[in-house]
Design a protein around this ligand. Sequence first.
Ligand SMILES: [Zn+2]
Length: 77
Amino acid sequence: MQLGSLPFSPAGAGYRIAYHLHEANHCPGCGRSHWLVGRLTAECAYCATALPIRTGQTTGTGLFRSQGRPAFVPLAA
Ligand SMILES: [Zn+2]
């Protein structure tokens, strides 16, 4: 059996530390809570530990988002 043929299982990946927007975040490296927040990562201002920002959204090229209405409305023509 090849390892590359197995599907990815997030449940089996274990605990992942991430920065959560609009919440109190403590650095896993030093325990302080002052962050330099960027677009994709947040970096601890004291020890420079970088964490990915967990927004609950998917990012990437070609992503379509709808906000309460269908993303694609059929044309009236
Ligand atoms: Zn730190």
